[in-house]
Design a protein around this ligand. Structure first.
Ligand SMILES: NC(=O)c1ccc[n+]([C@@H]2O[C@H](COP(=O)([O-])OP(=O)(O)OC[C@H]3O[C@@H](n4cnc5c(N)ncnc54)[C@H](O)[C@@H]3O)[C@@H](O)[C@H]2O)c1
Length: 340
């Protein structure tokens, strides 16, 4: 709300090449974009990716310390009139060391025709939303009949994964959650149980969660050397495993012996492997997530298959969601207009 004495910095007359719209995290939240809308935008982005109608070089990055990275994530998705770049960091020790999130960042959205920047926005919310959207869209395609879901990691991503599971997997009856920090699992259950249609159960152990869940996801920590917290012998026929923390949480033997290893981006996974992740070698990749969602490549072909679907995050999803945020902000006069 502006008063008569304050300059009106709202975006009513955003002039291309002169103005840029700044959207804080609160501005983005104020737009009240629903999870259903995020699922729609993310599905669109994945389907465009599946049809190879995009431009998205694998992330380039810098690494001030071992195990941390900054990534530049540019993408252009013509079918969605979306072009821009996300600049994010992943510092796995931030929560313990500084009480800060592992991942924060900014995104720039540009005008496709003239190229000029039109928006700068906090990208924490976008990342927190589009990542679980990818997981559950893939889960719904690969395992639509699932009644059980296991979630490892109950932080920012874990919570949103459970919320998104409620949107996209209507047959779920029980969601098991597990975190080495038991308080995080308790907090997730306390915060979400009344909002979702299934029962959330705190897992007694990693093994118990793995053995009780048809579909599994992990959002814990990304490290070069796999922790192999989930032993291969606990994984059985028919399970669908969707890590968003690369191969860190899972026994590399599982990914190697899976009937299908599907990834969101082959280029991204090859790049991570070059950086030293997947020290046992990158398993053979049979398809990209978008190709499966777009029905370009088959997903699950029988109920016995073990499928591992690793989604490390793609800029095509960020810029498509970012463009939608910008359009809504302009429409609703939200944000602060800055001069370029
Ligand atoms: N694929 C993507 O697009 C994408 C996007 C964002 C974040 N991530 C990754 O997802 C992971 C989680 O991110 P976040 O923002 O939710 O972090 P967060 O710090 O909010 O939550 C991580 C949770 O995992 C728990 N945890 C850590 N090690 C564990 C273990 N061995 N077993 C069980 N629980 C464990 C922590 O206690 C914490 O509660 C990170 O690795 C991050 O890099 C991936």
């Amino acid at each position: 709300m502006t008063t008569a004495t304050e300059p009106d910095t709202r975006p009513t007359a955003l002039e291309l090449g002169t103005d840029v719209l700044y959207l804080s995290k609160q501005d983005v939240l104020d737009l009240a974009i629903s999870r259903t809308e995020i699922l729609d935008h993310t599905r669109d982005a994945l389907i465009e990716h599946g049809h190879h109608r995009y431009e998205m070089p694998a992330k380039i990055g810098v690494h001030p310390y071992s195990e941390v990275f900054f990534h530049a994530m540019p993408a252009y998705v013509p079918g969605k009139n979306a072009v821009g770049c996300k600049w994010i960091e992943c510092y796995p020790n931030n929560p313990k060391k500084f009480g800060l999130p592992q991942t924060t960042g900014l995104m720039v959205i540009n005008d496709v025709e003239s190229g000029v920047p039109v928006a700068i926005m906090d990208s924490t919310w976008v990342t927190a939303m589009r990542t679980p959207a990818v997981t559950v869209l893939a889960a719904a395609k690969l395992h639509p009949t699932a009644t059980t879901f296991g979630m490892f990691g109950c932080g920012v991503q874990g919570k949103e994964h459970v919320r998104y599971a409620a949107e996209a997997l209507p047959k779920l009856e029980t969601v098991y959650v597990y975190d080495t920090n038991a308080a995080a699992a308790d907090a997730l259950i306390a915060e979400l149980q009344t909002d979702v249609p299934f029962t959330i159960v705190k897992g007694d152990s990693v093994e118990a969660v793995v053995k009780r869940s048809e579909v599994l996801s992990s959002a814990t920590i990304i490290l070069k050397e796999p922790l192999a917290v989930v032993k291969d012998e606990w994984v059985g026929a028919g399970q669908t495993i969707l890590p968003c923390d690369l191969n860190t949480f899972w026994d590399p033997r599982t990914t190697k012996r899976a009937d299908k290893f599907i990834v969101d981006s082959i280029d991204e996974h090859e790049l991570f492997a070059e950086m030293g992740y997947f020290p046992d070698g990158l398993p053979t990749i049979v398809a990209e997530t978008g190709e499966v969602l777009a029905d370009v490549v088959a997903g699950r072909e029988n109920p016995e298959q073990i499928i591992v679907n690793s989604n490390i995050g793609m800029a095509v999803c960020d810029v498509v969601v970012g463009r939608a945020i910008f359009d809504r902000a302009v429409d609703r006069n939200v944000g602060t207009t800055l001069t370029l």
